[in-house]
Design a protein around this ligand. Sequence first.
Ligand code: ATP
Ligand code: MG
Length: 183
Amino acid sequence: MKLTRLRLVGFKSFVDASELVIQPGLTGVVGPNGCGKSNLVEALRWAMGESSHKALRAAEMNDVIFAGSGGRPSRNTAEVVIALDNSNRLAPAPFTEQEELEISRRIERDKGSTYRVNGREVRARDVQLLFADASTGARSPALVRQGQIGEIINARPEARRRVLEEAAGIAGLHARRHESELK
Ligand code: ATP
Ligand code: MG
């Protein structure tokens, strides 16, 4: 699966609907300080199911919603949509046969988040597993935070093994086994 588009409405500094077409070969985003580069990466991680507001530099999850600035009033909702090209049919069931997947997360102030895949409401867990199966996700090494390379080099062997499991695409299997052991 390939990330092809990212759409943001009301997420952090992206108050107006903004759509980015992700073309093959994109390796970086440049721009002046404070223009929203980190917010873009956080939007991706948020839509992939990040549940920790701290990991998104927010004091609470409501703070990912545009808070108002420069005379623009704050909003009460934020939405991020990730489009994935599934022409290689690697998406898990029941989405395997869909040519494209649109994964959306929407938050309403004080009411929490809802997730959808191609319009169908799903659990946060479903979205997290979908990305884990695709060797990516909000916490995966596919998205490299500042300082993360050093952390991996200095990590304990078990933590480093998790990085390798992500890369091998088996992190989703481990998460499912853990879930079934809890039941
Ligand atoms: P740098 O180059 O310094 O890393 P950056 O391009 O990564 O900068 P970001 O950290 O993505 O910039 O964006 C920071 C901007 O986003 C700040 O101006 C901040 O006020 C704004 N911002 C963050 N959260 C919100 C919010 N909820 N509502 C409105 N603006 C927000
Ligand atoms: Mg930044």
